[in-house]
Design a protein around this ligand. Structure first.
Ligand code: FEO
Length: 407
């Protein structure tokens, strides 16, 4: 059976390759990461002698993907499936697709085989492809390159030399639902924010590995015409490919800038008043203050602001003998994502004990923030002198940051 009319159709991206993924316009939360602009789950169909599907999609989007495939060929003609990454947004419907398509072979990295088995338990006979190994598609060849811990142990990319396409799984991606498939068709400022947000929230803990892997990939001198990630737009112009590669090199280096993120929460506005005075000290010292009250800010936006900041100042009121819950949330999240090269300080208000500040201090130490100003803590409501101390705290952090950025 050949192709048939479908409500969802494939998008041709090169002579023999089609995008057959799904657009998730309504995604607002990706395991704790706020996805204001939805996402896409990209999958690709290679019409080679051996018809091959690269990755699948999140389980609820299986039919959308099958329709897109059916707009080109009968899905049962797929002979190979390559799973570049076993996280459920790319593998969720894999068992059902295997059941429907009955491919001759399914490939994953050695760790991918283990991860898929641990997820689905009854997916047997997935073949492991070794790092640098090739899969012959007859008239074309896929080369598989492991990218362990970008961002899971199973992660790999695959390169189709004949069409100059690097299927990059999560690398170089972003959560952005768009009907415009290519980066050059989309708004640059939005892509810059979303690619940064994706890296900060998903990839940042593995920056050292990203640096080495990027270097290794670039040393192969692959002729790349398209970078096709598993989320968001595809990069197809030399300028865009250079743009996203340079962005990643910048993320890896994470050179501090004169930007200070001030994150806080408050009960009766005392800590809020203090945060405002801290920000004023930062501003007067000539740095940018990004003030993020946790009553409204989301943890995934805070870490996105931190990725190019040089300082993190944290403030909390004391509640029930401890840190305010929203501050524990955001600081736990930041601690896990391991931003490097931060200086900072802490502040806050209290009633009858100061235990919150020990917790704040522990969090900042665990994140690796070098505290360059004495904490300012205030009983109940700040006086004018207390606010001057907060101003000085902000000024001190900003001045230290400026010296380091200049050095
Ligand atoms: Fe898009 Fe790691 O999954």
């Amino acid at each position: 059976m050949a192709s048939s009319p479908q409500p969802f159709v494939a998008h041709k991206i090169s002579d023999s390759v089609y995008w057959v993924g799904a657009i998730d316009w309504s995604l607002t939360d990706f395991h704790g990461y706020k996805t204001d602009r939805g996402s896409t789950y990209n999958a690709f169909l290679i019409i080679a002698d051996t018809i091959t599907l690269i990755d699948t999609v999140k389980k609820p989007f299986k039919d959308e993907m099958l329709c897109r495939i059916a707009s080109v060929i009968d899905p049962e003609r797929i002979q190979y499936i390559v799973s570049n990454h076993s996280e459920m947004d790319h593998s969720g419907c894999l068992p059902e697709i295997i059941e429907t398509v009955k491919p001759e072979k399914v490939f994953a990295s050695a760790n991918g085989v283990k991860a898929l088995q641990a997820h689905f338990h009854d997916v047997s006979s997935i073949e492991a492809v070794e790092n640098g190994g090739t899969i012959s598609l007859g008239n074309m060849t896929l080369t598989c390159l492991e990218t362990r811990m970008i961002h899971w142990p199973d992660s790999m990319v695959s390169y189709l030399a004949e069409e100059k396409i690097l299927f990059a799984q999560d690398a170089f991606g972003m959560h952005l639902a768009t009907s415009k498939l290519f980066a050059d068709e989309n708004d640059r400022a939005i892509m810059k924010w979303e690619a940064t947000k994706y890296y900060a929230n998903i990839v940042m803990p593995y920056s050292a590995i990203v640096g080495k892997t990027l270097e290794a990939l670039l040393s192969l001198n692959l002729d790349i015409g398209i970078i096709a990630p598993d989320h968001g737009p595809l990069w197809r112009t030399p300028e865009d490919i250079a743009w996203i590669l340079e962005m990643y090199q910048g993320f890896v280096a994470r050179k501090p800038t004169n930007k200070v993120v001030i994150v806080y929460d408050t009960m009766w506005h005392s800590t809020e008043l203090m945060a405002r005075a801290v920000a004023e000290g930062v501003r007067v010292a000539g740095s940018e203050a990004k003030v993020m009250p946790m009553s409204g800010a989301h943890r995934s936006d805070v870490i996105t602001e931190i990725i190019d900041a040089g300082a993190l100042i944290a403030g909390s009121t004391t509640m029930n003998s401890g840190i305010f819950p929203s501050m524990a949330d955001v600081l736990t999240y930041i601690r896990g994502l391991q931003p490097k090269n931060l200086i900072g300080a802490l502040f806050g208000s209290y009633g009858w004990n100061k235990k919150a500040f020990k917790e704040l201090d522990d969090y900042l130490n665990a994140i690796g923030v070098e505290q360059v100003a004495e904490p300012v803590t205030v009983n109940y409501v700040p006086t004018r002198e207390d606010l001057l101390d907060c101003f000085s705290l902000g000024k001190r952090v900003a001045e230290t940051l400026r010296e380091r950025c200049a050095g």
